[in-house]
Design a protein around this ligand. Structure first.
Ligand code: SF4
Ligand code: MG
Length: 328
């Protein structure tokens, strides 16, 4: 079947200026990403901060325009739509932000905030608005009586529930959550993750989860895309990527999760500057398995069900136990 969202060859650079405002290069935020997302699946995009995952999320919704490449939603190229056609399409695609404190207008009651998209997209007649808001609030686990309250009266977790109710109001097909629980207390994170996973299942939503938290990803993702310096370096079923990672970077990310059990040496060094990314494989400056060809030739991701952009193609040498383990 046709994918709900199809990205082809997306690139996006942002100009960088020096202290005097002169052009000083460009950040290669997204560099040649192609990806298909099937209706009803939950795809997680993971990677360290600055890897381009938030930029990719915004490109998916055409909130920013790619330098090259296309974004097709249900077969329609979003980058070619007129402003009014795009506004109508927005109904089908919603974004949930990390910070529920910033995403709700403090001058709107909960009812006004949730009713706004209902009106904007003419979802229900005015006479049914209040009932629909009450229904949306109960869907996200909030009592409908809370509709007349103001955002500041709620906790972070409750505000994120309100933001989710607002996102659901237009009956979208696709929701992108950009670190939707990272700003919440750890004790609240699991509740909101469970809510999201129930909604995805019950409403048949297609969900793109942008996250650096592999615990959250493991809980709800069907597939995982791992990004490093603007490129997807590994893509596959969540169970495979998270239990048998093929890319040295993925393996190192997993090894950093407490209690995961995967043994891999920690990644050495910092993420290189996205202004002048390394030649060849972008991970070569930090990879424990680097070979000469890695500095020259960029490995392709390919199209396997569990794909990896690495010249070793998943045949990684066994991880060396850390010296303290040998001693013990
Ligand atoms: Fe490491 Fe080479 Fe694979 Fe890049 S291509 S991840 S440098 S082994
Ligand atoms: Mg981000």
């Amino acid at each position: 079947s046709e994918p709900l969202l199809q990205l082809d060859g997306l690139t996006k650079k942002f100009p960088v200026r020096d202290a005097l405002g002169r052009k000083a290069g460009a950040v290669h935020a997204v560099d040649g990403v192609s990806l298909s997302i099937t209706e009803g699946e939950t795809l997680a995009i993971v990677g360290e901060s600055g890897c381009g995952k938030s930029t990719l999320g915004r490109l998916m919704l055409n909130l920013i325009t790619p330098d090259t490449g296309t974004v097709r939603f249900a077969g329609q190229d979003l980058t070619k739509l007129s402003a009014s056609a795009l506004r109508a399409r927005r109904r089908d695609m919603q974004l949930i932000f990390q910070d529920p404190f910033a995403s709700l207008d403090p001058r709107m009651t909960v009812e006004q905030a949730v009713a706004e998209p209902l009106r904007l997209h003419s979802i229900v007649p005015r006479s049914e608005e209040r009932a629909r808001v009450a229904d949306l609030l109960s869907r996200v686990g909030l009592r409908p009586e809370l509709a007349r309250r103001w955002p500041h009266e709620f906790s972070g977790g409750q505000r994120q529930r309100i933001a989710i109710a607002r996102a659901l109001a237009s009956q979208p097909k696709l929701i992108i959550g950009d670190e939707p629980v990272s700003a919440l207390d750890v004790s609240v994170q699991a509740q909101v993750v469970n809510l999201l996973s129930d909604l995805i299942r019950d409403l048949g939503l297609t969900f793109v989860l942008i996250s650096h938290d592999l615990g959250v990803v493991r809980h709800i993702a069907d597939r995982v895309a791992v990004m490093y310096l603007g490129r997807i370096v590994e893509l596959g079923p969540a169970a495979d990527v998270l239990s048998a990672p093929k890319h040295p970077y993925t393996r190192a990310l997993l090894a950093a999760v407490p209690g995961h059990g995967t043994k891999a040496p920690p990644i050495e060094g910092d993420v290189p500057s996205p202004i002048s990314p390394p030649s060849g494989c972008r991970f070569h400056t930090r990879c424990p398995f680097v070979e000469d060809r890695c500095r020259v030739t960029s490995p392709d991701l390919g199209s396997a069900a569990h794909a990896v952009a690495c010249h070793l193609d998943g045949r990684l040498p066994p991880a060396t136990p850390a010296p303290d383990r040998l001693a013990g």
